[in-house]
Design a binder for this molecule. Structure first.
Ligand code: HPA
Length: 270
């Protein structure tokens, strides 16, 4: 693992990716934040040693380096998912690389379904905590502790400093920022009505298929992180309609401007 990280870091540094301060992971339908970056380098994942190729066609699969509001940022336009068939260690490898390059904060985003029906499609939800229902963990099987403790503490997985700043920015910008618990499922199928009822009972406010693996690794390696879900559909078991993926992506795109406001202002303040 450490050798692979070193190899990827050397490759990225040789391409001029030096000392990024903030890492960003952009989820489904949420790639436009990169338009705010003054880009100095962009590399397709396929061209990066030890990265796997993203197979989801609406994820463009690029690592983008540049400055945003005066800070050096490294953004993943498109992430890897467990449902694509990769291992948990493969999908979280970029987070370890970011940390080794010098990243101090990790900002994540995703598209998610609203389990809490007080929340509406198009709303943003700041993830305050999560429930990991994934069938595997990126922390399983690591043989050395250079990557942090095996028994990683998860008492406060999301940085309260980052979350407080995001809440202040939302208030100032008059943006509704919901807060809640994100449940991560393996996918790629959507959930049944019975599963939506179950997720509500166990305390989830939103459901999706990503983010938690990256957050587990960020906590293991001591990288403070924040994550925002763009709620793209309402998971109402009493009125469930068949999933409409193009609509989910369109809603993500419409709500994206709010996410960009929150993250670009946060980056300025870090
Ligand atoms: N489940 C339900 N709705 C969703 C999801 C999901 O995983 N992702 C985006 N909308």
């Amino acid at each position: 693992m450490q050798n692979q990280i070193n190899e990827t870091v050397s490759f990225l540094e040789s391409k001029g990716i030096l000392q990024p301060e903030i890492g960003i992971v952009l989820g489904t339908g949420l790639g436009k934040l990169v338009d705010s970056i003054a880009i100095s380098q962009q590399i397709d994942y396929v061209d990066i040693p030890n990265f796997v190729k993203s197979t989801v066609e609406f994820h463009s699969g690029k690592l983008i380096y540049g400055t945003l509001n005066g800070k050096k940022v490294l953004a993943m336009q498109g992430r890897f998912h467990f449902y694509e068939g990769y291992s948990m260690q493969q999908i979280t490898f970029p987070v370890r690389v970011m940390k080794a390059l010098g990243v101090k904060y990790l900002l994540l985003s995703n598209a998610a379904g609203a389990i809490n029906l007080d929340y509406k499609k198009g709303d943003l939800m700041l993830i305050d905590d999560h429930i990991d229902l994934l069938p595997d963990s990126p922390l399983v099987g690591l043989k050395d502790d250079s990557q942090g403790p095996r028994f990683t503490d998860m008492s406060a997985p999301y940085s309260s400093k980052l979350n407080n700043l995001l809440k202040q920015i939302a208030l100032k910008e008059n943006l509704i920022l919901r807060e809640g618990v994100y449940a991560a499922l393996k996918g790629p199928n959507l959930e049944t009505r019975a599963e939506y009822r179950y997720l509500k009972i166990i305390g989830a406010d939103a459901v999706g298929m990503s983010t938690v693996p990256e957050v587990l690794v960020a906590n293991q390696i001591g990288l403070p992180c924040a994550a925002i879900s763009v709620l793209t559909d309402e998971c109402d078991p009493a009125n469930l309609k068949p999933v409409n993926i193009p609509e989910i992506i369109a809603i993500a795109g419409q709500a994206e401007a709010k996410l960009i406001t929150l993250y670009t202002q946060l980056i300025q303040q870090l």
